[in-house]
Design a protein around this ligand. Structure first.
Ligand SMILES: NC(=O)c1ccc[n+]([C@@H]2O[C@H](COP(=O)([O-])OP(=O)(O)OC[C@H]3O[C@@H](n4cnc5c(N)ncnc54)[C@H](OP(=O)(O)O)[C@@H]3O)[C@@H](O)[C@H]2O)c1
Length: 258
């Protein structure tokens, strides 16, 4: 029997990660218990209360912006075949003001530190540790946003995607449109490329559930045709799917590069 996939997931207390981790835990034929990198064990215990018995020994606190994070992650990735990068800036809104958390006057949560430097470190650590496949979840809109939009958030996400491709590692880049909570399978999925489909942050025409993003990432770990591909992922609002997605066919159609 082929050996099981050991996946490291970063940003593992995030909303998409919480679905992905549970999917992996239920696919025991193919996957080992995932290794979860997160900022707070206390938060993880709360979010994963129902599966804590399985996860406990596989949760590790890492702040990707800390100076020692590359070394720490290199050690943690050594027994992993795959890495899913799901860290991202955490955005706050108050009185019409948009900011990145923590909102404490430091730039610790800035897009430059989290979405660029922190993501480079994850790619570097995976390379050093010999990880075979990296799946990065980015965002649609990076080809259209102005360089300083959202404090460079889109610019830095795209830089990280370029960095991953140029690393020479096997990659998959999933760029979803606007994320929403709610159930998967309620919208027809559309796979596209390079912001070819009109997209703006406030667009209500396309939205995708975080649970659906988790399912697509899960499939990229299993289906070899997803390797060295980058694509946009959109859910057509209010058009329920008429049949299941054929992921082998979909990923075969996708092309390498951004
Ligand atoms: N929101 C949208 O509409 C949208 C659209 C397109 C793409 N996306 C992208 O889709 C992905 C998934 O989104 P999501 O909403 O599921 O994410 P999320 O819930 O915001 O999770 C982000 C995770 O990153 C972690 N993180 C932030 N800074 C960190 C640091 N310095 N060290 C370690 N971990 C850190 C957070 O940790 P804590 O749990 O400790 O806070 C959190 O778990 C993200 O990459 C996002 O940018 C979002």
């Amino acid at each position: 029997m082929a050996s099981k996939i050991k996946v490291a997931i970063t940003g593992a207390t995030g909303r998409t990660s919480c679905s992905l981790v549970r999917k992996i835990l239920t696919a025991k034929d193919c996957f080992d218990v995932p290794k979860c990198l997160l900022r707070s064990i206390a938060k993880a215990k709360e979010k994963y209360e129902d599966v804590w018995g399985e996860l406990e020994g596989n949760c590790h606190e890492v702040d990707i912006t800390a100076d020692n994070s590359t070394d720490l992650m290199t050690e943690l990735f050594k027994d992993c075949n795959a890495l899913v990068i799901l860290t991202s800036v955490v955005v706050g809104f108050k009185d019409g003001r948009v900011f990145f958390l923590p909102d404490d006057g430091t730039n610790k949560g800035s897009p430059e530190l989290v979405d660029w430097i922190g993501q480079q470190r994850q790619v570097d650590a995976a390379k050093r540790a010999g990880v075979a496949h990296i799946v990065m979840v980015g965002s649609m809109g990076t080809t259209k946003a102005a360089p300083d939009e959202f404090m460079g958030c889109f610019k830095y996400k795209r830089q990280s995607e370029d960095y991953l491709i140029e690393s020479g590692l096997t990659y998959t880049i999933v760029n979803p449109c606007m994320l929403v909570d709610g159930e998967e399978g309620t919208r027809e999925l559309v796979f596209s490329k390079s912001d070819k489909l009109h997209f703006s942050g406030s667009s209500k025409e396309y939205q995708v559930a975080r649970k659906t993003v988790a399912e697509v990432v899960f499939q990229t770990l299993l289906v070899p045709e997803a390797k060295n591909k980058a694509f946009d992922l959109l859910g057509r609002v209010e058009i329920p799917p008429t049949k299941a997605v054929d992921y082998v066919a979909v990923f075969k159609e996708m092309t390498p590069g951004l």
